[in-house]
Design a protein around this ligand. Structure first.
Ligand code: SHN
Ligand code: NAI
Length: 237
C-alpha cells in the first residue's frame, strides 16, 4: 500500500451501511463536497452528523456573501439495495469513493466490484489484505491543521493503529502553529533572497528548536521571537 493524500474537495463519497463503522467513516471525510449514506437503519452518530451539517448549511444560507458551510452535506438515504442493485446506486450517485460498510458480505463485495469496474476508489471495511488495485484503506489520522498524520498497519491490526494514533496525538500538539510559523519564515527568507543553503539550514533549525516550540505554547509572537534568534545565529555565521 502506498500512502497518498487525496483531495476530495467537491466530490461525492457514497457510504453503504449506516452502522457504527459506516458512521465513523462518513464522519472522517470532512473535506468532501457531499456524503451520501445508503442504509435501512442509521446509527445515532450519523444522524447527529447529518443534523449538524444541515444546521451549518442553513446558517451559511442565512449569512451574507457566498461563503459556504465548512463541511460537506450529509444525506441519509433509507434503502437496502441487494447485491444486484448496488451498481445502479453507484451510477446514480457517481461518487469519487465508495465505502462498503454493511454487515452483508455479498453487498460489500458488490460495492467493491461495481466501483472497481467503473474506476472509482473503494474502501472495503470488512476485509483486510488481498486488495484489488483501486481499493483504499482508511488510516487512523491525527490532525493539527494544516498538519495531518495518517497511520496504517497494512490492515494487520486496526486496534494498534488506533493506539498509536492516541500516542501521536500528544506528540504533534502545537505542530499546526509550527507549520504556520515556519511556512511564513520560509517564504520571508526566499523573498529576502537569502542563499538557499542558509535558508534551508535556518528553517531546519527552527522546526527542531525546543525554544521555538515552547515559545509557540505561549503565543505566536513568543514563538516568532525565539525563531528570530535561531535565524540570526544561522545568518550571522
Ligand atoms: C483494513 C481496514 C479497512 C478499512 O476500514 O479501511 C480495517 C478493517 C477491519 N477493522 C476491523 C476491526 C477494528 N477496526 C478498528 C478501528 C479502526 N479501523 C480502521 C481502519 C481499518 N480497518 C483498515 C486498516 C487500517 C490499518 O491498516 O491499520 C481505523 C484505523 C480507521 C477508521 O476506520 O476510521 C480505525 C481506528 C480509528 C482511530 O480510532 O483512530 C477497531 C478498534 C476499535 O474499534 O476500538 C477494530 C476492533 C479491533 C480489531 O479487530 O483490531 C475489522 C474486523 C471486524 C470484525 O471483527 O468483524 C476489519 C476487517 C478485517 O480485519 O477483516
Ligand atoms: N473497518 C473497520 O474499521 C471495521 C469493520 N468492521 C466490519 O464492518 C462491517 C459493519 O460493522 P458495523 O458498522 O459494526 O455493523 P452494524 O451492524 O452496526 O452496521 C451495519 C449497517 O449496514 C446496514 N445494512 C445492512 N444491509 C444493507 C444494505 N443492503 N445496504 C445498505 N446498508 C445495509 C445495516 O442496516 C446497518 O446499519 C462488519 O462487516 C464488520 O465486519 C467492524 C469493525 C471495524
Amino acid at each position: 500500500m502506498t500512502p497518498l493524500y487525496h483531495d476530495l474537495a467537491g466530490e461525492t463519497v457514497a457510504v453503504f451501511g449506516g452502522g457504527a463503522v459506516g458512521s465513523r467513516k462518513a464522519a472522517g471525510f470532512d473535506e468532501a463536497g457531499r456524503i451520501v449514506v445508503v442504509s435501512p437503519e442509521f446509527d445515532e452518530r450519523v444522524r447527529e452528523l447529518a443534523d449538524e451539517r444541515d444546521a451549518d448549511q442553513r446558517e451559511a444560507d442565512e449569512r451574507d456573501g457566498d461563503e459556504g458551510p465548512d463541511g460537506p452535506s450529509v444525506e441519509l438515504v433509507r434503502a437496502a439495495p441487494d447485491a444486484d442493485a448496488v451498481a445502479e446506486w453507484i451510477d446514480r450517485l457517481d461518487p469519487a469513493l465508495a465505502v462498503a460498510a454493511t454487515d452483508d458480505a455479498a453487498v460489500n463485495a458488490a460495492v467493491e466490484s461495481a466501483a472497481l469496474d467503473r474506476g472509482i476508489l473503494v474502501n472495503r471495511t470488512d476485509v483486510s489484505g488481498g486488495r484489488d488495485p483501486g481499493s483504499v484503506v482508511v488510516p487512523a489520522t491525527v490532525e493539527d491543521d494544516p498538519v495531518t498524520v495518517a497511520l496504517s498497519t497494512g490492515g494487520t491490526s486496526p486496534a494498534l493503529a488506533k493506539a498509536l494514533r492516541e500516542r501521536i496525538e500528544a506528540e504533534i500538539e502545537g505542530a499546526g502553529e509550527m507549520a504556520a510559523l515556519s511556512g511564513e519564515i520560509r517564504e520571508e527568507l526566499k523573498t529576502a533572497g537569502v542563499a538557499p543553503e542558509k535558508r534551508r539550514e535556518a528553517v531546519r533549525r527552527v522546526v527542531r528548536s525546543r525554544g521555538v516550540w515552547k515559545g509557540l505554547q505561549k503565543g505566536r509572537s513568543n514563538g516568532r521571537q525565539e525563531a528570530d534568534t535561531v535565524i540570526e545565529e544561522v545568518l550571522d555565521r
